[in-house]
Design a protein around this ligand. Structure first.
Ligand SMILES: [Zn+2]
Length: 105
């Protein structure tokens, strides 16, 4: 019987699990099953540490476009940063508005 894939909180957690785990019970026909990873919003995707919320202005196109007061997370352990989900979800809307502006030309 094939075991269900565990859910990991980070790449590091997954790597540590697979380093010490026989993958055979998770495989079917020599293929490993679907890898499941659900990132936690305020946890570092790299080292699993709890991240600090920060607010920053973010420049795009060499400063020609600046988004103000964007919520991000900063990892005090490894220094990685990631955008908060609320801004990541706005990116398709921002893209749509830019395309609409471009089409008015
Ligand atoms: Zn980290």
């Amino acid at each position: 019987m094939i075991k269900d894939m565990p859910v990991f909180k980070s790449d590091k957690e997954a790597a540590e699990f697979w380093d010490k785990t026989d993958a055979t019970p998770y495989m079917e026909g020599g293929e490993i099953g679907e890898f499941i990873w659900e990132p936690v919003e305020d946890r570092c995707n790299y080292c699993s540490s709890k991240m600090e919320e920060i607010v920053r202005d973010i420049d795009f196109l060499k400063g020609r476009i600046t988004f103000h007061k964007i919520k991000k997370y900063h990892c005090p352990n490894c220094g990685k940063e990631k955008l908060a989900k609320e801004f990541r979800e706005e990116i398709p809307l921002i893209t749509k508005e830019l395309v609409e502006i471009a089409l008015q030309v």
